[in-house]
Design a protein around this ligand. Structure first.
Ligand code: SF4
Ligand code: SF4
Length: 113
């Protein structure tokens, strides 16, 4: 899981607006599928669960690229005034994986959904 949001989030909504892949959703909301699939790009064996939150904004891991190749750093982390967008160090993804995910997401029409 590249970036996750901690429960210090005050639900300001800034990160949701600026995420280039619409990977961030309001707490309690349903996130949108891409091409009818929930996991658009996932290493075999990686378990992505428990990211959904009812209380605060959350990141859909398969739509988060850490902004690689787009911005010099994850733009949500730079913008969050509460410092609650953080890299999940226990679930790091390789640079190659993140780049492949970026290319995959950008190859899809409607990746802003
Ligand atoms: S993670 Fe930060 S920027 Fe995003 S909604 Fe929460 S407080 Fe706002
Ligand atoms: S790191 Fe970039 S792609 Fe990932 S959730 Fe934050 S803004 Fe979106």
């Amino acid at each position: 899981m590249p970036v996750r949001i901690t429960n210090f989030c005050n639900n300001c909504g800034v990160c949701e607006i600026i995420c280039p892949y619409n990977a961030i959703y309001k707490g309690g909301s349903n996130w949108r599928k891409i091409q009818n699939r929930y996991f658009v790009y996932c290493d075999e064996g990686l378990e992505y669960d428990m990211f959904w939150s009812k209380e605060h904004y959350y990141v859909v891991p398969d739509k988060c690229t850490e902004c690689i190749g787009k911005y010099p750093e994850p733009i949500c982390m730079a913008a969050c005034t509460r410092n609650c967008c953080i890299i999940d160090e226990s679930n790091r993804e390789s640079e190659d994986h993140l780049i492949a995910k970026k290319e995959y997401l950008e190859s899809l029409s409607g990746n802003r959904e």
